[in-house]
Design a protein around this ligand. Structure first.
Ligand code: ADP
Length: 183
């Protein structure tokens, strides 16, 4: 599914983010940037040890929740990996939405600063971190739309969803938000 937003496009695909040939792919990292399971494990496995060697060197103190840092992409078919730290869901009253918004916005800013025309996001925080899929989808889509309406780059924002239910949650969020924005 593709939707035009300003001069750009938001695209939803079901698949594996490590295979995406994009300028930047986003990792759902933890704040120590120590690697983990899920999408983080897949990125470091396929990308090779170079990625963590770089983040260890450049970001020895890790990255705060709600923000993101950038590195090269090792063996992956992308130019950059942007390591975003989403919040752990603890019920929704601990600022989770603001932190998830901040993580997405920082990824988009870093992509723009590094001249990236295309960026791929996974469904940050919706795995081990337990953020409800439909709520996370709304935050992710709304943040991307707002950023794209205000900035020229990136022109292509692709959400790479792992499994049907994640795809459907983002599809519903995109249809709801895009129709409000086009009114
Ligand atoms: P978090 O700790 O932020 O919750 P996870 O990696 O546990 O991060 O999960 C985030 C999302 O990424 C989940 O929806 C999970 O299904 C998905 N995911 C896991 N592996 C991949 C992959 N290779 N490509 C894209 N998405 C993935």
């Amino acid at each position: 599914m593709k939707t035009a937003i300003g001069n750009g496009i938001i695209e939803l695909v079901e698949g594996d983010i490590t295979l995406q040939e994009m300028d930047a792919i986003v990792n759902a990292a933890n704040s120590s940037l120590a690697g983990g399971g899920g999408v983080d494990g897949a990125i470091h496995r396929r990308g090779g040890p170079e990625i963590m060697a770089e983040t260890d060197r450049r970001y020895p103190n890790g990255c705060p929740t709600g923000s993101a840092v950038i590195s090269g992409a090792g063996n992956l078919p992308a130019r950059y990996v942007i390591h975003a730290v989403g919040p752990v869901w603890t019920g929704g009253k601990a600022g989770e939405a603001e932190l998830l918004t901040g993580a997405h916005r920082r990824c988009l800013e870093l992509a723009a600063e590094h001249g990236c025309q295309s960026i791929a996001f996974p469904a940050i925080s919706t795995g081990v971190y337990g953020y409800p899929l439909s709520l996370a989808a709304n935050v992710a889509i709304e943040t991307a739309i707002q950023f794209m309406q205000q900035h020229e780059q990136p022109q292509l924002v692709r959400f790479v969803l792992f499994g049907r239910s994640a795809y459907e949650a983002f599809d519903a969020a995109l249809q709801a938000t895009a129709s409000v924005n086009s009114m």
